[in-house]
Design a protein around this ligand. Structure first.
Ligand code: COI
Length: 361
């Protein structure tokens, strides 16, 4: 259990007047959570847990994160219910995944209960920032980075763990409108033994070039193929991906190269509850395109904390293009979106124990 010291900001920022125009991750609240790690510090090495006014960091130009990207992060959200409760969705899953990401990047872990405690404490301090507008949430970004001033390629002995909060709207400016996806056939995101399953900045840095290529061609996301054979579908830029083919639901297995999404696992549970066969196995892009041409590719959607559930209307692979359904959101995608957001916003009863209350709003 952390002993969190709280210092409140003397002047508060102005809150956004129009919550329908928040965008994603553009404005930040009044406070942040910070604690530092020093290898030689007694106990776990973590110390000085505190909530303080939001501020920039001062970093030594030689600190390892700036050179070798020793960094991990998470993403989750706080929701305001119609009866004004503030709640989180499965934060223990993010805390668990954070441990795995830290382990892969040689970053000292934070006990899961401390991670959740820190998130809850910060959200409670900045609870007035949790949006009231339908569809808007308080996005929570925990991250840890290496601060040791040294240019040798070694695990740092010093780190900072921080949480910041950003009132946000839909991840895509187009909201729930179906997106067009470009299948990347040259660059890769992950390969066995690398960091694909970890939520680390390096994975995202390496993806930006493909995203730029896709964008220049008019596509809003990149679909990655496996890094060995360039044959099997894995995930999309900021989401996991699902294909409904001939009544069955397919998604890539989490065997080290795919991010084990919290929304992904929740969707799999819901689909199984609803009687669908969900196949977590390799699926070749050629089979997806063929299903599209044969009229069997019924729905395609991405899933992620930021994006929730995002319908896909078109896939472009090499010279081939398939359109999915009639270009509108499919019935299963819509039902998943309604159920997920219904539970998250407290409009549908949480029979799964997925909700963690924080405080009254
Ligand atoms: C999330 O869904 O929370 C993510 O971390 C995606 C992000 C890179 C925007």
């Amino acid at each position: 259990m952390l002993d969190i010291k709280i210092t409140l900001a003397e002047t508060l920022k102005e809150k956004p007047a129009d919550e329908s125009k928040l965008g994603f991750g553009k404005i930040f609240t009044d406070h942040m959570f910070v604690m530092e790690y020093d290898k030689d510090y007694g106990g776990t090495g973590w110390h000085d847990a505190r909530i303080e006014p939001y501020h920039p960091f001062t970093l030594d130009p030689s600190c390892s994160v700036l050179h070798y990207a020793q960094e991990v992060f998470e993403g989750l959200k706080a929701y305001r219910t119609p009866d004004n409760r503030i709640q989180l969705f499965r934060p223990e899953c993010n805390a668990r995944r954070y441990q795995d990401s830290c382990d892969r990047l040689c970053i000292p872990q934070i006990p899961e209960e401390d991670f959740v405690q820190a998130v809850k404490a910060l959200v409670e301090v900045d609870k007035d920032w949790v949006p009231h507008q339908e569809g808007a949430t308080l996005y929570i970004r925990p991250f840890t980075f290496a601060t040791m001033p040294q240019l040798g390629v070694h695990a740092s002995t010093k780190y900072t763990f921080c949480i910041i909060l950003s009132p946000s709207g839909a991840y895509y400016a187009t909201g729930l409108a179906p997106v067009r996806i470009y299948v990347e056939d040259e660059y890769i995101r992950a390969a066995p033994g690398l960091t694909g399953f970890a939520k680390c900045g390096g994975n995202y840095a390496a993806s930006i070039k493909s995203a730029e290529i896709a964008e220049a061609l008019g596509y809003s996301q990149v679909l990655w193929l496996d890094g060995v054979e360039h044959k099997y579908v894995e995930e999309v830029g900021s989401m996991n991906i699902f294909f409904k083919i001939d009544g069955k639901i397919y998604t890539a297995p989490c065997t080290g190269t795919v991010l084990p999404g919290v929304t992904r696992r929740s969707i799999i549970e819901l689909c199984k509850d609803w009687g669908y066969e969900v196949i977590e196995d390799k699926l070749a892009i050629d089979d997806v395109m063929k299903a599209g041409h044969d009229g069997k590719l019924e729905e395609v959607f991405g899933s992620g904390t930021a994006a929730v559930v995002s319908p896909v209307k078109e896939l472009k692979y090499e010279k081939d293009v398939v359109m999915i359904g009639d270009g509108k959101i499919g019935p299963l995608t819509q039902k998943l979106y309604d159920t997920m957001t219904g539970i998250q916003w407290g409009k549908i009863e949480d029979t799964k124990g997925w909700i963690t209350p924080v405080c009254m709003g």
